[in-house]
Design a protein around this ligand. Sequence first.
Ligand SMILES: NC(=O)C1=CN([C@@H]2O[C@H](COP(=O)(O)OP(=O)(O)OC[C@H]3O[C@@H](n4cnc5c(N)ncnc54)[C@H](OP(=O)(O)O)[C@@H]3O)[C@@H](O)[C@H]2O)C=CC1
Ligand SMILES: CCCCCCCCCCCCCCCC(=O)[C@@H](N)CO
Length: 350
Amino acid sequence: MATPTNSLLVGASTATALIVATYLTMGLFSKNQLPVAGRNVIVTGGSQGMGKAVAILLASKGASVSIVARDPKKLAAAGEEIQAVVNANAGKYPDQKVAVISADLSDPEQAQRALDESEAQIGDTEILWTCAGGAIPGFFKEYSPADLQHAMNTNYWSAVYIGHAVFKLMASRPPPAPKDPNQKVTPQRKIIFTSSLAAFCPLVGYSSYVGPKAALRALTDTLRQEGLLYDIGAHCCCPGGILSPGYDNENLTKPDVLKKIEEEDDKPQTPEDVAKYCLEELERGQTLPVTFFLARAARAGIVGPTPRAGFFFEILLSWAAAIIFIFVRRGHDGIVLKERKAKGLPWEQK
Ligand SMILES: NC(=O)C1=CN([C@@H]2O[C@H](COP(=O)(O)OP(=O)(O)OC[C@H]3O[C@@H](n4cnc5c(N)ncnc54)[C@H](OP(=O)(O)O)[C@@H]3O)[C@@H](O)[C@H]2O)C=CC1
Ligand SMILES: CCCCCCCCCCCCCCCC(=O)[C@@H](N)CO
């Protein structure tokens, strides 16, 4: 029988349990989960946009970096920018290296070669961060099967072939001892993919793109679990719009209806901000880093069994997301339906 004293006791002990749980998890995640000084990182898509910003950020923090992309000209220019950052660091991190590797990562042999070249030039891979990818927005009915395959190659296979090669290598040998004298324990090696906020929230026009991006997120969850066997971590960044060359390019084919939705709900960020916020979330141990507050709510709403740092607040956010998503989705559908009203159904157009 519930008496006032009983309910008070239950309430007080629940509150205490939640506070203790929050405190314990905060303790767990207060340590930097992704130190990079003195460590070797491969950044794919490192010649421009988010990938270049990630490479520069990690180099500024003392990492040796290999960037991989196809176009050797863009790579060379980005390589010089990264080298300048490394030169400025020389007093602090004298052993830092930079490598520039041209490969089409949607080809498994070139992915393996890129890894081999990186290992030869900067040493054993401790972190892989894949940023290569991109969207060619359009309507599903207009795509050819080759367009759909291209999206899969650019976004899924370009990340998975090199991720697979790196994972196999990491699982077969111990992590190198830390080179940074401030690093007392050997940090966990990491596979970090880049997906998109679009993988959490359906948007007309991204039909060729969200499949491979959602698949990367699912792969991350399973690699995180399998990675427990070898102490390898897996993460997947999910940024919103990024003001990159890729973004300018995708806007050339982006349907107006998708532009309208994005204008309303997504304020694109600079590659530097995206790199910085993703790294901050990775340092906190977040499995699916996002780059702004509303995206955090969206993540909380879809996250399922994926572990999240700061779980008590994330649970509150997931309740909020369950409600907010109803209105966000209705708003987006509303924009699409307005378009249909303006244009008429295709078979009714005069
Ligand atoms: N821009 C945006 O609004 C958003 C982007 N994203 C995702 O973030 C990541 C970075 O985006 P963004 O900064 O716009 O990137 P960009 O499109 O500006 O640059 C893409 C990079 O990937 C490289 N790349 C592309 N295909 C291949 C390939 N087959 N093999 C090797 N390298 C390749 C490109 O170089 P090269 O062409 O020379 O090979 C380039 O370095 C992408 O995965 C994207 O899907 C997520 C959310 C929003
Ligand atoms: C709980 C409620 C949360 C609401 C969140 C609403 C977010 C809607 C906008 C999503 C925008 C997606 C941008 C990704 C763009 C992208 O990946 C391409 N530009 C690829 O290059």
